[in-house]
Design a protein around this ligand. Structure first.
Ligand code: ZN
Length: 362
């Protein structure tokens, strides 16, 4: 029987510059305001970038670590928006991990009245009067794929019950992404592990996803298999260039898949661990992957077939292989199905914004 017709609008407007050294090809012919992660940009690269930008560099702010919170975004607005107001054609250039890139995705929309910003972020409503500045993103970790998605995570931590917000205006994509493996050398090994686990989570979440398509599946499978093969290699041989390149490629491919599918149940469950246990995002997703894999099995023949290709064994065996692989990286899976309270949490998260993308959600 012929496969059913597929009507798919696949697009991603981000212009991707890929390869070792591509960041050094960045040139500006208009004003630029930089937001960079102090821990991720070496002094050498900072100097080289300043030289290349020259008089076009109109402002420079540092991300000093921590969660990308509403409070931090407000502080950065106070620094950056006056400069953007003076230079209304300025580009925002962000260099760093997912938090830095996400903050830049928020700040590139400049509001007339900065006092209204937090309410707009909380309601995910972009005012018609907001000015949109061009955005260039240079990831220094191989993991989040944030450079090719249009949404940003903000944490609202100053309220009684902290929550994770998603800022996702329709035109929230960056104009350019510079995926340069040379920038990821500054990333500590433990952080590289967690970022690669985030990539694996994006890839698997794109497979067990209601929005999956044949295109997202190819990207996600390639990404998952690259992480599974090359993350253990990187952890054993941190200087191995090929491993860093493979993980940067996996992050980009998983990000492209996720830009169409969004994330799903493992991400929905991860946010509570990041807020309450301060668990790094990649690890907080990875602990749920074996349970979510088991829940996904049987929901769709196409998904079962895709999961079987992750380890080239039937999906039911693949989940055991995944458990062993994670265990060797020091990650113990968690399971909510063993207690009534856990099952209630699972049911609740399956109905959440991200959980509803999961292929086996009600
Ligand atoms: Zn993630």
């Amino acid at each position: 029987m012929a496969a059913p017709a597929l009507h798919l609008a696949w697009s991603n407007p981000v212009r991707i510059h890929w390869g070792a050294g591509c960041f050094q090809s960045l040139v500006a012919d208009a004003p630029v305001v930089v937001l960079a992660d102090r821990a991720a940009l070496s002094y050498e690269n900072e100097t080289l970038l300043l030289e290349r930008l020259g008089h076009h560099c109109k402002g420079w702010s540092w991300f000093q670590g921590g969660l990308a919170s509403v409070a931090l975004a407000q502080t950065l607005c106070e620094e950056i928006w006056p400069v953007l107001r003076t230079h209304p054609n300025a580009t925002v250039l962000a260099i760093g991990g997912g938090s830095t890139l996400d903050l830049a995705k928020v700040l590139r929309f400049r509001f007339e009245d900065s006092r209204t910003a937090a309410d707009a972020w909380r309601s995910n409503q972009l005012p018609a009067s907001a000015s949109r500045h061009p955005l260039w993103l240079a990831p220094t970790t191989a993991g989040t794929g944030s450079e090719v998605t249009r949404w940003a995570t903000l944490w609202d931590t100053e309220i009684l019950q902290p929550v994770k917000l998603s800022w996702s205006p329709a035109n929230g994509y960056a104009e350019h992404a510079f995926v340069d493996v040379e920038l990821s050398w500054s990333c500590p090994l433990r952080h590289s592990r967690d970022c690669a686990l985030d990539t694996l989570s994006h890839a698997l979440e794109a497979l067990w996803n209601r929005n999956a398509s044949p295109i997202s599946e190819v990207l996600a499978l390639d990404a998952a298999r690259l992480v599974i093969e090359m993350l253990p290699v990187l952890l054993e041989q941190p200087a191995k260039h090929e491993a860093r390149v493979a993980l940067a490629r996996a992050s980009l491919l998983a990000g492209m898949a996720m830009s169409h599918t969004q994330t799903a149940l493992a991400h929905a469950l991860s946010y509570e661990l990041t807020l309450n246990e301060e668990m790094p995002h990649g690890e907080a997703c990875a602990v749920w992957l074996p349970m979510v894999w088991e829940l996904a099995m049987g929901a769709s023949p196409a998904c079962d077939t895709a999961l079987a290709r992750v380890f080239d064994v039937p999906a039911a065996e693949g989940v055991q292989t995944l458990r062993t692989w994670l265990h060797q990286l020091g990650i113990a899976g968690r399971d909510l199905r063993t207690t009534a309270a856990g099952r209630a949490t699972l049911d609740q998260e399956m109905r959440s914004a991200r959980g509803r993308n999961f292929i086996a959600s009600p």
